[in-house]
Design a protein around this ligand. Structure first.
Ligand SMILES: Cc1cc2nc3c(=O)[nH]c(=O)nc-3n(C[C@H](O)[C@H](O)[C@H](O)COP(=O)(O)OP(=O)(O)OC[C@H]3O[C@@H](n4cnc5c(N)ncnc54)[C@H](O)[C@@H]3O)c2cc1C
Length: 385
C-alpha cells in the first residue's frame, strides 16, 4: 500500500500543538493587553523586539538568515492566534515577516539578506511590500510604476496605494516595470524607506484594521542601486505569484482566528445574557446559530491547515488548496463576525465591543491578498475552465 503523506492531518501533531501553545501564551501575555491602545494609537512598536526574541518573526525562514524553523502550517497557526486579538495587529506582523520578507529570503542576494532580512526577523526593522497601484490591484501585470535603468542602478517613478506598514517600515519591497508591458517586464526592488524620492501620504482612514498603518507611497526619481534588485530583472511577476501562496495562508489563518474569537465571545454572551427570564443561548435560534458558527470555523480551519500542509509538501494541488482556503476562510470570518454581532444585540454595535472589532476587521479579508473573485478565477482555471 502506498503511504499517504497527508494521513493524520486532521489534527495537529504534537510539535504544532506545542507551537500553538507558545503563540497563545505570547499573545495572551504581550499582545492582548495592547489591543485597545493599538486600536486607537496604532501598533505598539515595543512588540517587534519581543516577537523577534520569541522567534515568532522567523518561522519558515532559512536558519542561516536568522530564521527559527517551522513551516507554513506553523505560520498559519501564528496568524490564527494573532488574529484572535486584532486583525490590525496581526496583519502588521504578518506583512513584515511573512509577506514582504519572503521576497528577500527566497530571491534576495546574500548581502540583501544580511542587511535587511536578518534585522526584520529579529524585530529590529520592519518591512512592507508595495505592489498595488491606483490603477492596478488585482491586475498585478498592469502596474505602471517604472524602474528605469541608469548608471549604477534604477530610478523608480510612480505611485503605490494601500501599502500596509508604509509609515513604520525601514525597508519596502517595490514592484516596478523595467521591461515590456504585461507580466514579463516587472522587477522587485529592495528600497530603504528613507531613500530620497520617496514620499508617504498621511495614514489612510480605514473601515477596519485600525491598528495597522496603511498609506500611499509615491516615488519620484528614487534611485535604487543595482545590487538592490531582488531576484532577476523582469522576473518580479513570477516572484510575486510565488510569494502570494504564503501570503494567502497567512490571511486564511487570520480568518480562522478572527472567526474563532468572535465565536468564543458569542458563546459566552449567549450563556450569560438573559431575556424573557432565561439565557439567550437556550433559544433554539441562538443555539443553532452558534452550532452553525462552530461548524464553519472548524471547516475553515481544516481547509487552512490542509492548504498550508500542501504548500509545505509542494503538493501538486497546493495552489488550488490555498485559493479555496483563502476564499472560504475570509467568507467564514465575515459570516461568523456578523453572527456574533447579532448574538450580542445592540452591545455588538458599540465601537469598543470585541465583536465589533472583529466585524470591522473581517471585511478586508475578502479583498486583500487577492479578492474572492480572483480566488474563484484561480479555481476555475484549475478546473480546466
Ligand atoms: C487595508 C489594505 C491593505 C493592503 N495592503 C497592501 C500591501 O501591503 N501591499 C500591496 O501591494 N497591496 C495592498 N493592498 C491592496 C490589495 O491587495 C488590493 O486592494 C486587492 O488586491 C484588490 O485590488 P483593488 O483594490 O485594486 O481592486 P480591483 O482589482 O480594482 O477590483 C475591484 C473589483 O473587481 C473585481 N475584479 C477584478 N478583476 C477581476 C476578474 N479578473 N474577475 C472577476 N472580478 C474581478 C475584484 O474582485 C473586485 O471585486 C491592501 C489593500 C487594503 C484595502
Amino acid at each position: 500500500m502506498v503511504e499517504n503523506p497527508e494521513a493524520g492531518l486532521f489534527e495537529l501533531d504534537d510539535e504544532h500543538e506545542a507551537f500553538r501553545e507558545t503563540c497563545h501564551g505570547f499573545v495572551e501575555r504581550l499582545v492582548m493587553p495592547e489591543r485597545d491602545n493599538a486600536e486607537r494609537n496604532g501598533f505598539p512598536s515595543a512588540l517587534w523586539r519581543q516577537l523577534g526574541a520569541a522567534g515568532l518573526l522567523g518561522i519558515g525562514h532559512p536558519e542561516e538568515d536568522g530564521g527559527t524553523g517551522g513551516d507554513y502550517l506553523a505560520m498559519a497557526i501564528l496568524a490564527e492566534e494573532l488574529a484572535k486579538v486584532s486583525g490590525g495587529i496581526a496583519v502588521t506582523i504578518l506583512v513584515s515577516s511573512y509577506m514582504a520578507a519572503p521576497h528577500l529570503a527566497r530571491f534576495g542576494s546574500p548581502t540583501l539578506r544580511e542587511q535587511y532580512l536578518r534585522p526584520v526577523l529579529r524585530g529590529e526593522a520592519v518591512a512592507a511590500i508595495a505592489v498595488t497601484e491606483p490603477s492596478a490591484g488585482s491586475d498585478v501585470a498592469g502596474l505602471v510604476t517604472t524602474g528605469t535603468e541608469v548608471d549604477g542602478g534604477y530610478l523608480i517613478n510612480g505611485r503605490k496605494i494601500f501599502i500596509t506598514n508604509a509609515g513604520v517600515a525601514d525597508v519596502v519591497l517595490v514592484a516596478a516595470r523595467t521591461g515590456q508591458p504585461g507580466s514579463a517586464g516587472i522587477t522587485m526592488f529592495c528600497v530603504e524607506s528613507s531613500a530620497p524620492g520617496i514620499e508617504l501620504s498621511l495614514p489612510l482612514a480605514k473601515l477596519g484594521w485600525h491598528a495597522s498603518d496603511t498609506r500611499e507611497v509615491s516615488f519620484q526619481d528614487c534611485f535604487v542601486p543595482s545590487d538592490r534588485v531582488v531576484g532577476a530583472v523582469d522576473s518580479g511577476f513570477r516572484q510575486i505569484m510565488m510569494a502570494f501562496q504564503g501570503e494567502r495562508i497567512a490571511l486564511s489563518g487570520m480568518g480562522v482566528g478572527l472567526a474563532q474569537a468572535a465565536l468564543d465571545e458569542a458563546r459566552v454572551w449567549a450563556r450569560d445574557r438573559r431575556a424573557f427570564g432565561v439565557p439567550i443561548g437556550s433559544f433554539q435560534a441562538i443555539g443553532h446559530r452558534l452550532g452553525e458558527m462552530e461548524t464553519a470555523v472548524t471547516a475553515a480551519r481544516l481547509m487552512t491547515y490542509q492548504a498550508a500542509s500542501r504548500l509545505d509538501r509542494d503538493h501538486p494541488d497546493a495552489a488550488k488548496a490555498v485559493a479555496m482556503a483563502k476564499l472560504y476562510s475570509a467568507r467564514v470570518a465575515n459570516e461568523v463576525a456578523d453572527s456574533a454581532v447579532q448574538v450580542f444585540g445592540g452591545y455588538g454595535f458599540m465601537a469598543d465591543s470585541p465583536v465589533a472589532l472583529h466585524y470591522r476587521d473581517a471585511r478586508i479579508l475578502r479583498i486583500g491578498g487577492g479578492t474572492d473573485e480572483i480566488q474563484l478565477q484561480i479555481l476555475a482555471k484549475t478546473m480546466g475552465l
